[in-house]
Ligand binder design. Structure first.
Ligand code: HQG
Length: 180
């Protein structure tokens, strides 16, 4: 597999493990896991043949560690980013004083009014540093970086989770906690 092929498989895995498992007829359990052998069988049946060794390469080389195998290696899931209803089973953790969110200018009026929403995903995603937030925002255009007073939110009772691949997750950030 070359880099392009690995990226294309990664994108397809994001689709089926986060958003549309039925595209290839797999199901995710309550915690987002799916059986590795079943995934490979269904990929093959849907004209996207993939060996276990190739799947491991995609998981291991992924730039953002988007996917994870279960401890015994029989199951796989996306570490975050789902739109389907799964519970990642992450414990609430104390966030740093500030986290960041990369967005684009056209959303700012809305964000000023209603704060940051999780939109179609299960959680709102926050970044640990500005550089990461810039790359998240850049997916949509010229990035605008918002600084979130997450330490204060935590003291006020809001819950935060840290995904296995280092993305901070929460439900909603009211506008009062955002430094524009
Ligand atoms: C915006 C990628 C209007 C929000 C990234 C964002 C991330 C609002 C968009 C992960 C709003 C939602 C998630 C409001 C938020 N009004 N717009 N009230 N509140 N928005 O893709 O954070 O490569 O669901 O700013 O790296 O961009 O896929 O969220 O622009 O970690 O692994 O609504 O996706 O990871 O877009 O990205 P998204 P996101 P992967």
């Amino acid at each position: 597999m070359n880099e392009q092929q690995i990226k294309s498989i990664s994108k397809f895995l994001s689709l089926v493990l986060r958003h549309q498992p039925d595209t290839i007829g797999i199901t995710l359990d309550a915690n987002g896991w799916t059986d590795v052998q079943e995934l490979l069988t269904r990929m093959h049946a849907n004209h996207k043949p993939l060996t276990l060794a190739q799947l491991k390469t995609v998981v291991d080389t992924n730039d953002k560690k988007r996917f994870a195998f279960s401890a015994d290696g029989t199951m796989i899931r996306a570490s975050q980013g789902h739109s389907v209803d799964v519970s990642l089973g992450l414990p609430p953790v104390t966030p740093p004083e500030y986290l960041y969110h990369g967005t684009v200018g056209k959303y700012l009026d809305n964000i000023r009014q209603e704060g940051l929403q999780k939109m179609s995903r299960q959680h709102l995603h926050l970044s640990r540093d500005k550089q990461t937030a810039i790359s998240v925002g850049s997916r949509r255009g010229l990035p605008v970086i918002l600084t979130i007073r997450t330490g204060q939110m935590h003291r006020d009772g809001y819950l935060f989770y840290l995904s296995d691949n280092g993305v901070w997750l929460t439900d909603h950030v009211p506008a009062a906690y955002i430094e524009f």
